[in-house]
Write a protein of this length. Structure first.
Length: 132
């Protein structure tokens, strides 16, 4: 069996989540990890986060999207998918860059969880100081 050929691809990251997006011109089918978008991202807020790049560029329903996403939590995965879609939309048309950049969708959000430090209970929290 021949491997499917995808016209546009993009990789997006957020925290520890990594998403790979494969897009072809089509009627708007959206598959995330071999499940429907509404099934994988159950809340409406996460679904709108994922489709934000399409709404900004006016390309909602014009592409069939296949997504593979691993790592992180549900919210981080949704933001990683949004990042990957915006990178794939740059391949589609370069005029999309100004819209996506002004919305902050091209830039990778580099914030991650800070590691716990030795001699204290968390990353920033200190043990209570006792004078006597």
């Amino acid at each position: 069996m021949a491997k499917l050929q995808y016209k546009y691809t993009g990789v997006g990251k957020r925290k520890t989540a990594v998403a790979r997006v494969y897009m072809n011109p089509g009627e708007g089918k959206f598959v995330v990890n071999k499940r429907a978008l509404e099934e994988y991202f159950s809340t409406k807020a996460l679904q709108t986060t994922v489709q934000e790049a399409f709404e900004l560029t006016g390309t909602t329903g014009k592409f069939d999207v296949n997504v593979r996403v691993i790592g992180g939590g549900v919210s981080g995965q949704a933001q990683a998918v949004r990042h990957a879609i915006s990178h794939a939309l740059l391949e589609v048309e370069d005029e999309n860059r100004s819209k996506l950049k002004s919305a902050g969708l091209i830039t990778r959000d580099a914030r991650k969880k800070e590691r716990k430090k030795y001699g204290q209970p968390g990353a920033r929290k200190r043990f209570q100081y006792s004078k006597r």
